[in-house]
Structure formats: C-alpha cells, structure tokens
Design a protein around this ligand. Structure first.
Ligand code: ADP
Ligand code: MG
Length: 323
C-alpha cells in the first residue's frame, strides 16, 4: 500500500467569467520514505493539487476523484478530520514562512505551543524537544537562538525554523510548496539538501513543489512534471533528468539557470501559460510546443508507460523524435 494515492483528481473553480479547470485527471502515488518533486511553471496546478488533498482550496473551488492516505479516503472529508490529519500526519510548509510564523512571538513560544497544546507535553519537555528540532535543521546555537523573534532570523534561517516547526508532530508526509523560491540560489541549495537529509533522519515522505527544475536533481526520488493542470511526464528523477521524453520537460530543463554561469542567463520557453478557462482539448502544451502535430491540438494524449519502466509520458510525438 502506498502512503498516498491520488486518483483522477480534478479541481475546478467557479468564477464570474466561467469555470477554471485548474487540475485535470491527475494520478500519482507516493511510497513511504520517498521524495516526490512536482515541477511546472507558475499556474500549472501544482499548489491546487496539494490544496485539494489537504482541504485548503479557496471557497470557490471543488475537487473530485480520490485521495487515499494510509489507505483511507481523505478527499472532501470533514474539516474536523482534516484538521486532525494536518496536526498529526501531514505537515505543510510554504514559500513565505511569515505566513505561518508570527513575527512578534518568540520562536520558543511558537514551537512549544504546538507541543503543549496539541501533544500534551510539559513546558520544559516541549522546550527541550524544540531545541533538538532546531539542532536537527542545523540552526547553530539553537538553545540561545530559540529565544529570538522570527524577524530576527535571515530568510534561510527562518525557513529552517518553519521546517523545524512542521516536523515537531513527526508527520508521515511533509508537503513543501516552493519552500525556497524567496531565497537566493546558494541558500536554496542548502535548504533542499536539508530537506533530503531530514527525510533520511525522520523517515517521512516529502512532496516537494517547485517551478525550478534545477533544485530537484539529487534531492528527489521521483518527479512529476505538470502543465495546464495535467501530468506531462512522471518517473524516476534521474531517468527524467538524463533523458526527458516530453517537449515541456525539455523546455524546463533548458530554462534552468546554471550555477556556473557568469552572466545570469535565463532561457524561458516561448509562449504563455495556458488559459485554464478553456476546456482542455488536445494537449495543453501544444500551442507552445515546437514538435506539435495536428493531432496535438485536437486529441488529449493519454499518459502512457514507456517500455517496462516506471516512466510515463503524455505526448503524441514519438519520443525518438524529440530526444
Ligand atoms: N480561487 C481561485 N479561483 C479561480 N482560479 C484559481 C483560484 N485559485 C487558483 N486558481 C487557478 O488555478 C490554476 C492553478 O493554480 P496553482 O495550482 O496555484 O498553480 P501553481 O502551479 O503555480 O501552484 C491557476 O490558473 C490559478 O489562476
Ligand atoms: Mg503554487
């Protein structure tokens, strides 16, 4: 049994202009102790996929399909049950730690509160556990720094505090939504490495969401590439990295800025992200795809297995043609 199994997930938003199809027929699963990266440009449906799973969609959104966590359906269950799951089993961290941390309350108070109120720990035990957790996320001099306020930490250190807080309840699954986007490149790399190390130390599974393909290599087991609310390609990270079989993945790869580049060159894929209002006819990437054939504009390609591997792609064009 997989830790998490997502089947035929669809997310729609009702708006004054019509229905937005943010997520279309998404299927994936995560095994215990694995890191899955969800990659795609801004607006491709990454966040709404995990928001739907955890009951965090905006009020105008609705989700259909199935999300099983430890074998139990969690899609569209009661808020009370979801709150419990989010407090005990599924933790989330976001791009801006300040959305979850109170800048004017000492880190010690924010961390110990979680343990005292939600887990019935004594004040002194909670403090000890919190300091240990700050140590675990490699915050130097944790026993003193724990008394600081979040605004006294640098961006990278603040994200470490946030990660430490999210790990206090020993989650089975950590969802990190663009956790390093606001940070500079060097700090980004450190946080990614930290998450991969923490996965090993704590044994949880991680969903790592990013628009930056450059940060997932070496820091994830599997990789799901999303565009226009659909899965373009999914498989082992190292396989996709060494031989991306989807034109969109290739486009993302060439858009990755290289660390050793002296000029800050950023190549982007020509064209604009899709209009999610239109019901998806054909492949959402076809208007921007340099390999597109007629069929790509009219028929939605199925997500098909490549040979005998765990690698799937959703594309009408022969992979030999684009490799
Ligand atoms: N409350 C909402 N109402 C209408 N559309 C929304 C709402 N929230 C998100 N969307 C749309 O859903 C699509 C997917 O968004 P999202 O999953 O947040 O993208 P990302 O991949 O950047 O995380 C986008 O087109 C976004 O505009
Ligand atoms: Mg997002």
């Amino acid at each position: 049994m997989s830790l998490l199994e997502v089947k035929n997930l669809k997310v729609e938003f009702e708006t004054a202009d019509g229905v937005v199809n943010a997520v279309n027929n998404v299927n994936f699963s995560i095994e215990e102790g694995k890191i899955l990266a969800i990659v795609g440009e801004s607006g491709s449906g990454k966040s709404q996929t995990v928001f739907a799973m955890t009951g965090l969609l905006d009020h105008n959104g609705s989700a259909t399909g199935s999300v099983k966590f430890e074998g139990e359906e969690i899609l569209n269950i009661s808020n009370q049950k979801l709150n419990q799951i989010r407090a005990e089993k599924i933790a989330m961290i976001f791009q801006d730690p300040m959305t979850s941390l109170n800048p004017y309350v000492r880190v010690s108070d924010q961390m110990t509160e979680v343990l005292v109120h939600h887990h019935g720990a004594s004040k002194s035990d909670a403090l000890k556990q919190s300091i240990n957790m700050l140590d675990a996320v490699r915050i130097p001099d944790a026993s003193n720094r724990i008394r600081m306020y979040p605004h006294e930490f640098s961006g990278g250190m603040r994200q470490r505090v946030m990660i430490a807080m999210s790990l206090l309840c020993k989650p089975k699954l950590l969802i990190a939504d663009e956790p390093t986007t606001a940070l500079d490149v060097t700090v980004q790399a450190q946080i990614m490495k930290l998450l991969a190390d923490l996965q090993k130390d704590f044994g949880m599974s991680i969903i790592l969401i990013t628009h930056d393909l450059g940060v997932v290599a070496g820091n994830s087991d599997d990789m799901l590439v999303m565009y226009g609310g659909e899965i373009m390609e999914i498989g082992k990270t190292e396989n996709i990295y060494s031989a991306p079989t989807h034109p969109y993945t290739q486009g993302l790869m060439s858009a990755v800025p290289r660390l050793d580049d002296s000029e800050e060159r950023l190549i982007t894929i020509p064209g604009n992200p899709p209009n999610m209002m239109k019901s998806p006819e054909g492949c959402p990437f076809s208007p921007r795809c340099k390999f597109a054939v007629d069929k790509c504009n009219s028929d939605s390609p199925a997500l098909l297995k490549i040979g005998n591997s765990d690698h799937f792609r959703s594309c009408h064009v022969d992979k030999e043609k684009i490799l």
